[in-house]
Design a protein around this ligand. Sequence first.
Ligand SMILES: [Zn+2]
Ligand SMILES: [Zn+2]
Length: 402
Amino acid sequence: MALTVRQSKGVIVEYGEDGIALDPDRKVTDYPIFVTHAHADHASAFKNPDPVKHATEPTYRLLEALRYRGLNNWKPVTIGDKVKIGEIEVRPLNAGHVLGSVQYEVSTPEGTVLYTGDLSMGNSYTMEPARAVNCDLLIIETTFGAPQFKFPQRKEVALEMIRWAVMEAIPAGYVPAFRTDAIGNAQEIISIFNRMTNLPVVTAKNTTKVSDIYRQFGHKLDYVDANTPEGQELLESGRCVVIAPKGAKLSIKNLDSALASGWAAIMRNRAKAFPLSDHADFRELLSFIRRCRPKRVLTFHGGAMTKGFAEYVRKRLGIDAGPLTKRQETLMGPVSQAEMRRKACAENIVRAVRIPGFVYTEPWMVREMARRGFSKGETEAALRRLIEVGVLETTSAGVKLP
Ligand SMILES: [Zn+2]
Ligand SMILES: [Zn+2]
């Protein structure tokens, strides 16, 4: 029985007969699903009403506010509380990323896998930083896993944003608008302006809906929706700051938009882009890995720029690392495709030879396995193995159950 992980429209962790699917983007197995947080690239399992989906209550409420339709079959999970799936135990732990976000610690008799989802350990105004967790196999996101991503102190970024809004945009006759992710960064910016200025915050579209859920879970955020009379009045006065999703079309006159995102760290036009990130940067990722003390690291959720991250892990930390792919991986290393097929073939043979004492000829076996998609070589290798371990016996005519 082996603990294996692989990527297949999400991350699949299997142990023996049991398995779970982490952040799948559509149904690929019948395994119970665990969703880390409400961002669309992690929560799309909630578009399908059929499968069982585990998620924290804030995550569920956010998806509800954003009108996801597959909200049936939700099973709430609570940070720190274990969920048992056969011999697998799943424990959600704070990921520091956005409201309700968790990492999943997956324990089996063979070892522990930590799947981070999206991760932040920065000094945020709305989130507690993620803590490292000891594990055998760490599956870590690498959105900003390249050395050029080095985010400044949160307070520095906050002061820069305020300076631009209050000393540049407004005096020039514009309404400053921050274009940013509706979940996470938007509430961080509301909190920044609430804490450090008297400037009213006007929120647009989904930003309001999401912020209302933050409030329900105890976050003190002060904002006015753009489509209320009060919001309209503020926009006309020109003395407010607008927070809206990146792509949202706004019918507001004299708007001056700036981007707030981790990607700003590598943009040339810094004046209109602020490096506000709800993800860990390069150094934070490495430090997190070091503190988890894993035997192996598998990376996911990176792009072209972060391809080299696994190599940094190997060279700087001396830990075996590589990207997570469709290939099955164990605590020790990848399971080769050939080995996987031989195992599957052996299982099929065992299922085929049901009559005790009856002799099955090798040509019959090869034909039968060919029907199930295995080559002659694979069948012969699987037979040899089954004879070696005593599951089958050889006779002059063929093989039989002992
Ligand atoms: Zn996210
Ligand atoms: Zn993500």
